[in-house]
Each structure stands twice: as C-alpha cells, then as structure tokens.
Design a protein around this ligand. Sequence first.
Ligand SMILES: [Zn+2]
Length: 323
Amino acid sequence: MFHPSRRDALVAASLAAAFGLDKPFAFIDEAEAQTTPDPAVGFHRYKVGSIEVTALYDGIWEKPHDPAFIKNASIDETKEALAKAGLTTAFVSIPLTVVVLKLGERYVMVDSGSGAGQWQPTATKLASNMAAAGIDPARIDTILLSHFHPDHIFGLMNRNTDAPVFPQAEIVVSATEYKWWTEPGRVGALPEARKALGQRINAVFPGWKNFRLVEGEPEVAPGVRLVKAPGHTPGHAAYHVSSGNEQLMMSNDTFYVPALLAPHPDWQGTYDQDSALAVETRRGLIERVLAEKMLICGAHFPFPGLGSFAKDGAAYAFTPAKA
Ligand SMILES: [Zn+2]
C-alpha cells in the first residue's frame, strides 16, 4: 500500500493550489512527486546582439526508465550517459524551458510551455516565472512554434475549456507540421498514445484565426528565421536568431536531452517520429552551429537551456551553461 509522505502531501497541496482546486489531491503517485529542486531563480536573461533573450523555467519531467525509450540503447547505457553528465540515474531528467525574445518593443515567445500541469504535474511554473521576469503574457505579439507535442503547445490552451491563452498573439508554425496533424484521417492513423493529442489539435486549432502557416525557411520576425529540422516530427522547426555578429540557434527538440544525444547522436528515441531523419537533422544542425560559432539553446537542455557543444570523435561533448 502506498503511504504518502509529508513531502508528498505538501506537493499535492501546492499542485492543487496551482490548478485552482479547492481540495488537495487525495493521492499522488510517487513518480509524480518531484525530487529535482527548482532553480533558485526561474528566469535567466542574456543578449544576442541587441536582442534580449529571457529563458523561463516551466518545470521538469522525471521520466521513469523504460526499455523502449531509446531503440538502440539499453537502460544501462542510458544510465551510464546520465551519470557521465553528472545527472541522477534514478530517472531521466527532462526539464522544460520556454524562451521569450524582446525585439525592440516586440515580444516573441518560442513555444508556449506545457500549460500549468497539462503535460506533467511537475511542470507548472511558466506563468510565475514569466511574472517574476516582468513579462506580461498579454504583451506577447508572436508565438513561434517548434512542433505540436504537448509540452510545446498545451500552454496555448486553457486546460478546461481549450480557450486560447494568447488570443492577441500571431501563432507561427511550419505549414508541414500544421497540415500533417490536421489532414483528414490523421487522428485514426496515429498511434494509440498520440490519439488524444491529435483529437485535441483537430478540435481546437482549425477554429483559431491567429495561425500563420509558413513554407520553407522564411524570416518570421526581425532577425529570426525558421530552420527546418524534421525527424522529431514531420514539420519540427528550429529558429535561428541573428543580431549584429551574434547568432543563436534555438534547437528546440533536435537534441532533446543532450546528456544522452551529444555523446550518442545516433541514438534513436521513441520521441523521434522518423529516427533516421532526426539523426541526420541533429548532425547537420550541430555542424552548422559549430562551423559558425553560434550559441545554442534547447527546450530540454538543463535550465537555463543554453550550453556548448564540442566535437568528440564522431560525437559531441556537451557542457550546460550555469544559470
Ligand atoms: Zn519537447
């Protein structure tokens, strides 16, 4: 029998408060009780030329080990890579960081976060960290989406009503991504685990008028260009930010958890829809970043989501930036 500890009870109470529930959860699974401390300050600012970048911590998924997670690596090999990166081997740490770019007076957010617990009950902090950073969500002019997985789009939708959380913002997404998820017959063809996501996308997004679908690799905001990075999903996009002689590659989910994929860029995760294409994209993107000496950030890099890569034989060594 499961006996919630005092800490679990506290976690349950704080989650209940975050969800606006009047009663704490009666039960919280051990896997949902967060053991990773949040960063002391949940936002981090840096500059790319004249562009101000704010990294905002949403939370973390402490993913239980699962033999299917990496198709061509065992749990032991996964644990070994985590240990080498100085991470716990008790679970796979998958943190989530959302970035807001300030371009003059214009606020551009990349992805929307996971919607206050709609992805994982331990990822609820985007709104409070945005407030702490002094960013008013009503002032977000543009949202650039990387892809349609829950941790990147659920923050667009009210958890109960699906009402738009950012109705004033233009939402930019690759036409390939949008069309793939919404084409006739798609929901039926999705694997069981993705059907609910597909149904929600199809029930909600076609009714919104603020989507802008883009083809190719256009400039989508001043100094910001979409970079096609398919494999994770068919229309997965990175974004390239350039100002003066500084560049930032927002790799989004191309390198997923770099503790695993920098030393093993050919590992094929279940999270990548087309594994072979994801590997090709991953290698191509990082070679460009290294050749042009860009900064690189990623949605699931350790907070603040920035780090540096170096060549290490046929693979890469990753060093996370400290907040
Ligand atoms: Zn993701």
